[in-house]
Ligand binder design. Structure first.
Ligand code: PHE
Length: 379
């Protein structure tokens, strides 16, 4: 008769020694498989003398059940252990700081845009966009700048020779379809938009008032010197409603400038001006001092021009299908590079577009500090 105790010890040890699912399977086959030791032991009960069979059969079956249970328990333990070690190997310490040498910097234009969107977003404005390649109608005519108007010369417009280039490869650049130009389309004069004001037209054409949008984006003028680059950024603002008036324009821009420059009592001056698409029109100056050749915003009794604005001209509303006897609106436009330079003390406009990494490391912003009014804008 087999010594069942020593068999049990042998298989228990083998099960305990199996350190992987595969090793444990091998043990299972050797013990409980069709030709496994325990299986054969059970079968051989038939060879025993009749009076022994019952008792010995029960003992051998009990051993089989015990070994099977031990294998099961070991299998569970092994899965747990494998999961634990996988988890341990996969561990990421999320509290580790980013490696500074790998951290990219946000361009001051991006940062300034984010701040502008945060401030106007808080006031309930949404962001609208239009194409960089505009047609003459949206860039000029609909803004009450008819052909031959001197304002067209003032804008140093880049004209796009549509017939020779066809449509741009990236249709998004002009916000429309792609493929060859249709007959007739090539007659349309296309320009690189000289300001973001055409987005006012697009917004009024596509949406019924009340309207409250800002439109940040690239603009282009054929001009290049210390204070001008052929491509620069503007942000446009437009509010149209039944009771919108000049007081709303003043309040809105005052709140914006104070939040953006972080000066709670910043003074603003609205100077009469002229734009074909607004009436009345104004240019806005903010208070500053230039003592000792150093520009300081907020303090002092000097003035610095930062933006153009006015009440949307009734003709412009009418062109866009908005009844000027019922609705009125205000609009403003400002240069993003300019207000970025003022806030962050960047002395030379052209450096914005030189792509110099050392400049970006110096004037750039950490990507993790998303500007919000409550969380704080960069100062
Ligand atoms: N589009 C004007 C410019 O580029 C700025 C402006 C926008 C003025 C909206 C008034 C209203 O100079």
């Amino acid at each position: 008769m087999q010594d069942l105790e020593s068999l049990k010890r042998k298989w228990t040890a083998a099960i305990g020694a199996a350190d992987s699912g595969a090793a444990l399977d091998a043990v299972r086959v050797e013990a409980l498989g069709r030709k496994g030791e325990i299986t054969l032991l059970l079968k051989s009960v038939a060879e025993l003398a009749h009076e022994e069979r019952r008792e010995e059969g029960t003992r051998r079956n009990a051993l089989k059940l015990e070994i099977a249970a031990a294998i099961e328990a070991r299998a569970l333990a092994l899965t747990d252990a494998e999961l634990d070690s996988r988890l341990a190997a996969d561990r990421i310490d999320v509290t580790l700081p980013a490696r500074p040498e790998r951290e990219g910097r946000l361009h001051p234009i991006t940062q300034t845009l984010d701040e502008i969107v945060a401030i106007f977003g808080e006031m309930g404005f949404s962001v609208a966009e239009g194409p960089d390649i505009e047609d003459d109608f949206h860039n000029f005519t609909a803004l009450n700048i008819p052909p031959e108007h001197p304002a067209r010369q003032m804008h140093d417009t880049f004209y796009v020779d549509a017939a020779s280039i066809g449509r741009p490869a990236n249709p998004d650049a002009r916000g429309g379809a792609s493929g060859p130009l249709d007959a007739g389309e090539s007659n349309i004069t296309r320009v690189l938009r000289t300001h973001t004001s055409p987005v006012q037209i697009r917004a009024m054409q596509s949406t019924k008032p009340p309207l409250r949008i800002i439109a940040p984006g690239r603009t282009y003028r054929s001009d290049s010197d210390m204070t001008h680059t052929p491509m620069f950024h503007q942000v446009e603002g437009l509010v149209v409603d039944e009771t919108t008036h000049m007081g709303h324009l003043k309040g809105c821009l005052t709140d914006f400038c104070r939040a953006y420059f972080g000066v709670a009592d910043l003074k603003l001056r609205f100077r009469p001006s002229f734009f074909p698409f607004t009436e009345p029109s104004a240019e806005v100056d903010i208070g500053c001092s230039r003592k000792g050749g150093e520009l300081k915003i907020g303090a002092g009794d000097d003035w610095l021009e930062i933006l153009g604005c006015g009440m949307v001209h009734p003709k412009v509303l009418a062109i866009c299908g908005i009844d000027p006897t019922r609705y009125q609106g205000f609009a403003f436009g400002m240069g993003i590079e300019r207000i970025a330079m003022l806030k962050y003390g960047i002395p030379d406009l052209r450096t914005f577009f030189e792509g110099d990494l050392r400049w970006l490391r110096h004037y750039g912003f950490a990507g993790f500090d998303v500007p919000t009014l409550t969380g704080g804008l960069a100062r």
